[in-house]
Design a protein around this ligand. Sequence first.
Ligand code: LLP
Length: 387
Amino acid sequence: MKTKFPINAFRDISTPFFYYDLDLLNTILSEVQQQARQLGYQLHYALKANINDPVLISIRKKGFGADCVSGNEILKAVETGFDPKSIVFAGVGKSDDEIRIGLQHHIHSFNCESLQELEVINHLAGGMNTQAAVSLRLNPNIDAHTHRYITTGIEENKFGINLWELNQVLEKINSFNNLTLIGLHFHIGSQILDQSVFKGLCLRINEIQQWFEERKIRINHINVGGGLGVNYSDPDGNLPDFNTYFNIFKQFLELRPGQQLHFEPGRALVAQSGSLISRVLYIKEGIKTRFAILDAGMTELIRPALYQAVHKIQNLTSSGLPLTYDVVGPICESSDCFGKAVILPQTQRGDLIAIRSTGAYGEVMSSSYNLRTKAKAYYSKDLLNHE
Ligand code: LLP
């Protein structure tokens, strides 16, 4: 399904701004949810990818739960109608206030990342005279073969409880009267395109399950996190391959009777429905390089500067002959570059440029560096009618 850009409406809007194709989003959501329901899988949308109300409401209406990583994300999920019983709460550094927010809302699970965190949650739950449902986020020591900044499941990472710490954790957990152990949680990284790593994760979980079984510890929920990647070079091509993804878990993960399998997709649901729309301010001829200088920069989309991420760049308003440009932003940093040697139709001041696949980790990671104004968001349902 191809995103249709309402270019006439765009001409009247001040740039840069984010544009969201909610029809595409809803198509992806329906398909994913339908596949998950057939297999009996529970989906919790990772709010960190995009927290705009229309996006969250579309996701909630399709029956997704929420995966939160801060107290504010829990409050946002509740405010946009997600059932608190569908909320899972991860993060290596949950503050006391954030834990209290989770306890007040009786969320489905605190995904705990250290022994000390379990101690603190137990203490705070006791103080509030309540029980906390917890899952252990285990570090399975599996390499996700993705960018090192978004790899989370190998031993050197700060995330999760290491397998060699498990004995000690389980000894202690029995003495924590205000905690109920309900599950195991894993998340090995993000933008994973080599799906064989998920098979590796399944096999590791099978071993871990055996370990728990030998100790007669019952686990009701297995949560395998998120991480499925998207095709940044062809945003109008195939949708993320949830079919292969789910089937790997169906085939290789040995669930015990009554066990529920949970996922926390973020990027794969929302990335392709967002674009950053910008105007060309200047064309600058260097000695060897021709620069297209945009009014959007790393303040709106930091992924290329931070992860050397590649996003497809399209000129929406020119049909000139192809030329090569370095497409850069206005921020006072050399890393403020969206793409080097990008081939675009001949481009001039005033042209509208779409930087694609920015629906995930785009707007949420924007900043006000250089005292920039926050870019607004516009939605297909509001603009397409004006075309
Ligand atoms: N669950 C946990 C525990 C996570 O840490 C994450 C992402 C997700 C689920 C969702 O993963 P996804 O399905 O979106 O891959 N800012 C980076 C991505 C950071 C992801 C952090 N954790 C980027 O722009 O690529």
